[in-house]
Write a protein that binds this ligand. Structure first.
Ligand code: ATP
Ligand code: MG
Length: 564
């Protein structure tokens, strides 16, 4: 395939999956079609690992002019729910991908799958077994010791067909019987030791209602569903490599079209967990506010936090696809959103931990409008005006009464520039007589130093952000940090679980003062609070009570901490 007519960002070296696909295209396999799918099970919300898989599958079909289906592998009614279906649809769309009219459900194939099972029975390759699931797993053996054969293994075809029909007709209780493939109880591959194909579950399904009381196992549904949809490249994560011989066996024995399965390493991220079971536990047990809690690695959490689809797609691109399991540093994801918002987010002045500054020589009632660019990275973003007056707020951390030499911010007798305004000089401080906490910093300003004045270019070492006290809007900021204190919260540590590593400081709620241009912002609007970080308007906001989620700090504070 010729790379030259692809956009620049796609002219990189091919990854191993692309190499396989290009080779298939060259050889005319499947008439050189490329058809992938994203097959979630609707038993939880999607997370950043799924985003990786979504970007990969949809990215490949885009690159090779193919198609990608969205298919729900909804074979387990006990754990599945329409809430999850809806959230998954919303998340894939939000990431920017389109399956057109190809939205499918494995449950749509239940009749066909049942027919496939009958084919196996007729060939003497499947049987109804009366052992319990526990007995079955006890008799499976170990990887080094063969399993033992079920006493029901040699039922006749007619008997099996009849029992299977009765299972479907609801004649038996849950767990009374299963349908198993008849393969090889001594196979070195445990998945080949007469795996269960169907189980009895008298449970309503979110789509098929009470039409069925036998449900196919995931392994019996997944590969056949790919086959029914004539998927060419069935891309899945590494743990399915050992299932591949079983999938191939089904396809061969039933006599179906064969997709090609390719495995890649799942995405793991540091300082978080990615198992749906654990994420569900965090939600159910109230460790977070919901699946879309901005600390969650879910797509809905990242969206609420203020991540953009572009930043996540870019992240997926940068990490590429690997054949070996690895852990990606969360800083890389943070880098991607910082890069994106730097180009797009309008700047605002906001003071998170305010202390009052009074300009003693500034006229009492004067209000000047100071001008600043909305985004220095974007020439089209225009300019804004900010009111400036005698009483201001600056960050408490930007002042030190007794500073070290290298402190270039405000201190007694020292000068700083207030961004887009004047140079000021600290003359004195007023403290609370009891607590000793500084209540006011008294300064003088130099009228010759604002833009357009003779000394506007005078240099001082520090530039601070500020807001005018009487004009500032009070907002709430939610300052998020990583959900876990440990790089690998899943890692084995004697007697501990991932919950023992939850970061007690993963959320701090802090009131802040923001310049009046914040008024009128909408949910999910994103801003850079100058010198602080990127913030996104939370969905709980109202015009009277604006709530900001901190997306990410301006610099990589973790990297700095770890180095120091
Ligand atoms: P479950 O244990 O419920 O099967 P799952 O994470 O595998 O959890 P699925 O809904 O089966 O969830 O996943 C849908 C698709 O996303 C699958 O193709 C799966 O391989 C892929 N996927 C899941 N987790 C990751 C991950 N961390 N990195 C990359 N792909 C993933
Ligand atoms: Mg899965």
């Amino acid at each position: 395939m010729n790379n030259s007519n692809l956009p620049d960002d796609e002219k990189r070296a091919l990854n191993f999956i692309e190499e396989i696909i290009e080779d298939d295209i060259r050889r005319g396999v499947n008439d050189s079609r490329v058809h992938t799918r994203f097959p979630p099970e609707p038993n939880g919300y999607l997370h950043i690992g799924h985003a990786k898989s979504i970007c990969l599958n949809f990215g490949l079909s885009k690159r090779y002019n193919g198609k990608t289906n969205l298919r729900f592998d909804d074979t387990n009614p006990v754990k599945e729910d329409v809430e999850y279906v809806d959230s998954i649809i919303e998340d894939v769309k939000w990431l920017g991908f389109d399956w057109n009219d190809r939205l499918y459900y494995a449950s749509d194939y239940f009749e066909q799958l049942y027919g496939f099972a009958r084919v196996l029975i007729e060939k003497g390759k499947a049987y109804v077994c009366d052992m319990s699931v526990d007995q079955i797993s006890e008799t499976r053996g170990t990887p080094t010791r063969p399993g033992s054969e079920s006493p029901y293994r040699n039922r006749t075809v007619a008997e099996n067909l009849d029992l299977f029909a009765q299972m479907r007709a609801g004649k038996f209780a849950d767990g009374a019987k299963v349908l198993r493939a008849k393969i090889d109880m001594a196979s070195p591959n445990m998945h080949m030791r007469d795996p269960i194909l169907y189980r009895i579950l008298h449970t309503s399904h979110h789509r098929t209602g009470d039409a069925w009381c036998v449900y196919p196992m995931y392994d019996f549904a997944h590969g056949q569903s790919d086959s029914i949809e004539r998927i060419t490249h069935s891309i899945c994560t590494l743990e399915f490599e050992v299932h591949r011989p079983l999938y191939d066996w089904f396809i061969r024995e039933i006599g179906l079209y064969a997709p090609r399965q390719i495995e890649f390493a799942r995405l793991n991220l540091s300082y978080t967990v990615m198992s749906k079971r654990k994420l569900l536990e965090l939600v159910k047990d109230g460790y977070v506010s919901g699946w879309d809690d901005p600390r969650m690695p879910t797509i809905s959490g990242l969206r609420r936090r203020g991540f953009t689809p572009e930043s996540i797609r870019n992240f997926a691109d940068i990490i590429g696809v690997a054949k070996r399991d690895n852990v990606i540093d969360t800083s890389l994801l943070e880098y991607c959103i910082r890069e994106d918002l730097n180009k797009r987010a309008k700047r605002l002045m906001a003071v998170i931990n305010p202390v009052k500054v009074i300009l003693d020589n500034y006229p009492d009632d004067l209000v000047e409008q100071m001008e600043s660019v909305n985004n220095p990275e974007d020439e089209t973003s225009g300019k804004r005006k900010m009111p400036f007056s005698k009483t201001l707020f600056i960050e408490r951390d930007d002042f030190m009464e007794d500073p070290p030499n290298k402190f270039f911010r405000l201190a007694p007798g020292r000068e700083v520039r207030l961004k887009a305004a004047y140079i000021i000089r600290c003359e004195s401080v007023v403290k609370d007589p009891v607590t000793g906490i500084i209540e006011e910093i008294h300064c003088t300003y130099d009228p010759q130093t604002k833009s357009g004045m003779p000394d506007s270019n005078r240099k001082v070492k520090g530039t601070l952000h500020w807001v005018s006290a009487s004009h500032a809007v009070d907002v709430v900021t939610r300052l998020y940090d990583r959900l876990f204190t440990k790089e690998n919260p899943d890692g084995n540590e004697e007697g501990k679980t991932y919950k023992d590593f939850l970061n007690p400081e993963s959320l701090r709620i802090v009131a802040a003062k923001v310049e009046p241009n914040v008024a009128g912002c909408k949910i999910l609007d994103k801003f850079q609070f100058e010198r602080i970080g990127y913030f996104s308007v939370d969905k709980d906001s109202t015009p009277q009570n604006i709530i900001f989620n901190r997306v990410v700090q301006l610099k990589d504070s973790w990297a700095r901490l770890e180095k120091s």
